[in-house]
Design a protein around this ligand. Sequence first.
Ligand SMILES: Cc1cc2nc3c(=O)[nH]c(=O)nc-3n(C[C@H](O)[C@H](O)[C@H](O)COP(=O)(O)OP(=O)(O)OC[C@H]3O[C@@H](n4cnc5c(N)ncnc54)[C@H](O)[C@@H]3O)c2cc1C
Length: 494
Amino acid sequence: MTRSHALFVKLRKRTWIRGSTLRTPRSWLLVYIKTVALAASGPDHTFYPLLTSSVSVAIIGAGPAGLMAAQVLSEAGLQVDLFDAMPSVGRKFLLAGRGGLNLTHSEAYDSFVSRFGARQSNIEPWLREFDAEAVRSWAHGLGVETFVGTSGRVFPKEMKAAPLLRSWLQRLRHPGPGGVPVRFHMRHRLVGWAPAAQGESGGIFSFQTPAGEQRVQTSIAILALGGASWPRLGSDGAWVPWFCANGVGVAPLTPANSGFDVATTAARETEKTSSEGTAADEAGWSAYFRERFAGQPLKSVAITVRGDDQTSVFERRGEFVVTETGVEGSLIYAASSLLRGALADKGVATLYLDLLPSHTYAQVLSAVQAPRDGQSLANHLRRRLRLEGVKTALLNELLPRESMRDHELLARAIKSLPIVLAVPRPIEEAISTAGGVRFESLDEFLQISHAPGVFCAGEMLDWEAPTGGYLLTACMASGVRAARGVLRLGTTPA
Ligand SMILES: Cc1cc2nc3c(=O)[nH]c(=O)nc-3n(C[C@H](O)[C@H](O)[C@H](O)COP(=O)(O)OP(=O)(O)OC[C@H]3O[C@@H](n4cnc5c(N)ncnc54)[C@H](O)[C@@H]3O)c2cc1C
């Protein structure tokens, strides 16, 4: 028996291909022809052909949130059909592996949950069921050891995502006793969703596939379609209009954990002289600074963001990077929600950079005032304060020449150099997305309140968190939460 014939026989036995399409010999022939074509296009575990069909549980989106929901449900004995637009699963997860795959954080639970800011109360119930420790045990269960880095962040020992993802897929395809293997349907791009009629659950989900449009009817669906950052990895936010059309509240998707463009020198001057601040239409460093310093890190610095009354609302030490047009990196990401808010409200946002956080202002001033003995200012700052390279260049870039010559103004700038930001970088470049399906549209198990049987999970929900492993942890925890919501409905095992 050929592989395609075996697949056809297998498909005919499956109850999940049903409906009028299969009642005549001609329609069976059509299925057969499509089966042969599709069997040729890939191994059968990644490509099940579907006509208008019915599945018991559909999970759409095979990122960490969807995969985790699939694991919980398949281990509970449910037949899960997992759909994704891309040819393979977990592409953003794999990209996260390039930075070492920061899976979670080892800090105390109270600090951990506080990272979700205004959404803490929404997310805490998920984390009570699946917290940082659970993430580590899950990885260990898949044969991947983890370790705590100096910053408290948790990584796989190998600092890679691929081995963990491989082992995860193996588990989904071959769950233990009582589990049901997950069926994967790759290259299935969801293009529409018609909720079920009143009194019924689930709906009909339309997919674009290499074999044309396919429609899948299900009474249970978990949508884990991600946000809109890095769209070439699969998550492009195209679901927003259908959700809105189906009456689901969606907060606009905006970049989170993103870099910013700095305002031009002219805009910075205007901002300095105007008490109200002005929108900066243009952005970027001077050509001189950009050509020499783009890509360079600013290490062991601190930033402060001030509120309207000029008191500090954010202060942290860390590092970031100078880009072609502005700034990015972990320290900037940590403040990005505040900075984005200020830009949206006032059209301008300023962060204050402390180039020497372990020195007091008095120490800096005394070093600046010390006799120069004929040295240039750059040499003087390097000898007395170890201030050099991109740090000194940034002072030159941002301070008027007169301030560089004034000891007090220079010392003050070294401790608190204002960097005026013009715009966040586009969402396509952001690490994650803020905005998404509003919690007001969901019940406590992430089921859409007016669409029974349809759940949402992961980054497509309206929350955000800084980098540090909080994103992956919450995405997986939301997958667990939605899956438990499905189990509470008492869905019959396969
Ligand atoms: C460069 C980078 C590094 C990162 N590093 C880390 C890190 O170290 N630690 C951390 O905690 N977080 C990190 N993140 C964030 C983390 O990867 C995401 O928060 C997480 O992957 C989101 O999981 P998700 O399952 O909700 O969505 P996604 O991972 O985006 O998965 C959604 C899936 O849905 C599919 N999909 C979307 N639309 C459709 C459609 N219409 N039809 C069918 N399928 C669709 C997509 O193809 C995708 O496979 C990083 C992100 C980036 C970009």
